[in-house]
Design a protein. Structure first.
Length: 321
């Protein structure tokens, strides 16, 4: 940072951060209706981590190091206790991502929000040297390449409209032990914060083996992976190669959700995907493991005019097979 907090804007010096020919990458996101769970459960300490994660994970898939973050907090009337918990979570998320929290905006709008409702948005900017941009244009993914999956911490921050519908229709109590994890209440499981992959992915990108990264957010496995594939290339995934957190299997069974809808709505246990040459799988998996990630080969790239994602054995990953 060049200037401190309190001004009309934050100032950051990329040159001082060690870059010589940087491209700036910007991302903005929110946490969707996961906020409703946080508000109903009166648990606000981790939702800020989600906010940071949803932005910085989108930066790293383009090879960018998160540099700084800004937040927007809007509510009817400011509850300083709630706001302090949210901001503490945002600060923790920035710490995990290795970026600076350089400012934000707090807005009171009693005519727009009611009761204890509030809304959040985040804005992150990162930098990548020009020759480090992902996906690799000079060496793109191709049929035969391997797909590596990094385990998610849970639901992350997508699909909560469906989650809330399943919880409500099944009469589940947020404050009761989770039916699939009795050591934690259901609200605590649903509010497990999104895993931040920025530091681990940046560390592994240093070996030059990764051709593309995909953050599995809204749209799930089926819609996010094609975003980093070249034309005429798709992937085949095998759910028997990984084990998802039990909340996914519970949601599928409780809500009678079809496999395709699960894979299009949730991360199903895979929060980030990396594509590498087959010969580089072992080295890359080991590198991610050394960075604290649970990494496993989950599929391969194939010829596909429609860039389709074919997912077999999802029930095995979700514990329903």
């Amino acid at each position: 940072m060049v200037s401190g907090l309190g001004g009309f804007g934050g100032v950051f010096d990329p040159k001082a951060a060690g870059y010589t020919d940087p491209l700036l990458v910007a991302a903005t996101d929110g946490v969707g209706t996961k906020l409703k769970i946080a508000i109903e459960a009166n648990r606000h300490t981790t939702i800020g981590i989600d906010l940071v994660a949803m932005c910085v994970n989108d930066l790293v898939v383009q090879g960018a190091e998160p540099l700084f973050f800004l937040d927007y907090f809007a509510t009817a009337r400011l509850d300083t206790g709630v706001a302090a918990e949210v901001i503490a979570g945002i600060a923790e998320g920035c710490k995990q991502a290795g970026c600076a929290l350089i400012g934000g905006e707090t807005a009171e709008m009693p005519g727009l929000y009611g009761g204890s409702d509030y809304d959040l948005a985040g804005f992150a900017v990162g930098a990548v040297e020009r020759n480090g941009l992902l996906p690799r244009s000079e060496n793109p993914a191709k049929p035969g390449d391997a797909v590596i999956g990094l385990a998610s911490s849970g639901l992350h921050a997508n699909g909560f409209s469906l989650v809330r519908r399943v919880v409500e229709s099944g009469g589940a109590s947020l404050t009761a032990p989770a039916p699939f994890a009795s050591e934690k209440n259901l609200d605590a499981v649903l509010l497990d914060p999104t895993r931040i992959y920025a530091r681990s992915c940046l560390a592994v990108l240093g070996n030059g083996k990764i051709k593309a990264l995909a953050h599995i957010t809204g749209g799930g496995l089926l819609e996010n992976i094609p975003r980093v594939l070249p034309a005429e290339c798709g992937v085949e995934l095998d759910g028997s190669t990984w084990t998802a957190p039990p909340v996914f299997g519970w949601l599928q069974q409780q809500g009678n959700v079809a496999d395709e809808e699960m894979a299009r709505t949730f991360n199903c246990g895979i929060g980030m995907v990396a594509i590498v040459e087959p010969a580089d799988v072992a080295e890359t998996v080991q590198a991610f493991t050394e960075q604290g990630e649970t990494a496993v080969e989950i599929g391969r790239a194939v010829d596909s005019p429609s860039q389709s994602v074919t997912l077999q054995n999802l029930s095995a990953a979700l514990g329903a097979g």
